[in-house]
Design a protein around this ligand. Sequence first.
Ligand code: F6P
Length: 510
Amino acid sequence: MRCDQTSAWAPLQQHAQAFRGFDLRHAFAADADRAAALSQSAPYVFADLSKNHVDAATEALLQEMAQQTGVAAQRDAMFRGEHINVSEDRAVMHWLLRQPAGSLQGELAAPLAQVHETLSAMLAYAEQVRADEQITDVVNIGIGGSDLGPQMAVLALQDFALAGKRFHFVSNVDGHELAGVLKGLKAEHTLFLVASKTFTTQETMTNAHSALQWFKAQGGHDVARHFAALTTNVQAAAALGIRTTFGFWDWVGGRYSLWSAIGLPVAMAIGAAGFKDLLAGAHAMDQHFQAAPLAHNLPVRLGLLDVWYRNFMHYTSRSIAPYHSALRRLPAYLQQLEMESNGKRVDRHGQALTYGTSPVLWGEPGTNGQHAYFQMLHQGTDIVPMEFMAVKKPTHSLKDHHELLLANVIAQAQALMLGQDDAGGHRHFTGNRPSTFLLLDELTPASLGALIALQEHRVFVSGAVWGINSFDQWGVELGKVLAKDIHARLVSGDASGLDASTASLLNRVR
Ligand code: F6P
């Protein structure tokens, strides 16, 4: 059943009307148990949801909607390997990549065995490269899911990384990016990883060809040693002369592929044991998502909160504020995860929706954001639900810094909620602004794995309630097709048949 057909839809709309007068400060004053009732522990992650615009009645209605939209049944279908990606007729099994070896029987036993065979080969290769002192620089060439995940994770886990190897990420077709990276490299010390699920993506293919040319121009000839491909399209990689390949499967979506061969740079940075910890942390979150009752299931509670805010409170964006500089690429990673998955205007049967889907996600690490756009969050005219993330224990020993960082993140959540009444005009803060607070004990491979799997599953939950296919991305295709046409016209100068604006721009850039 679609969410707007459930018996909870109209009551949620009425509830939202009544909620206009909701005030977090009063809610805390009236209910001594609020913080505890709206806190939730999950593997490696503690979540305080209590500073959100919800109460027990909201959660009860949202749970009713989850029941009627079949969130649990849809989740179980994913974990059974059914083809829930209907528009591409594919299973959705990124979770299988973190499933322990030999832990499944039946139809999934064989794919799981293949997963572990590939994982062993990839981890052995990662260890070999780690031990190879001649390779000092690893360049990942990929875009979207073949870039954002590994880049985010390599940065996040820099404290666990082997010294003596530098990791570079080249994604943009803009040659300035590749040229800038190549400037500092020597062919004999460089390993290029060409990461592309399809091995057809224009940006990645263009960068890979240029990297190959550069390598040869620098006198390099051992392509097999200096290039590896991470792809489901092993033949296309071979056609480029790349012999070292690590495969994955069509049931891994690009934005869910960090756990596959696409994670190779992460495995090279943190080692085989570290990569296994990353997978284990994600698996622990998979188990929580599968087993915890829906009312105490963190991905479910977060996904339902997202639906509540988007469709009933009409908050159209969510700001991500990781208070940890190593998580600085997390907002970009989450943007693709949420917006490419749930930025859909039709349901899974192709019927137009009458309600909103993906919010806009955006953000920067704290405390930097505080000195840039937090003004708008505190005193702007729109309400933007915040998602704070903090890590209790630092890995450095610099005095004072971490206490100051933690003081800031807690104070920001507090300030958004409390506001300031005692001053009028410009100094007035209305307060009552909502936030979620996610806390990790430490930032480790395992806790990062759990945090990312949590985000994957919350996106699944809101997508399931909305009745959309969260696993296709047809919306990126049109631009790709038109770019090909414009590229040909840029070369030929033919602007015939174009609209006046496009024709004029084409002529100006030629
Ligand atoms: O164009 C969008 C997209 O297909 C993403 O879904 C994907 O992560 C990215 O491009 C890269 O695709 P590939 O790994 O096939 O190069």
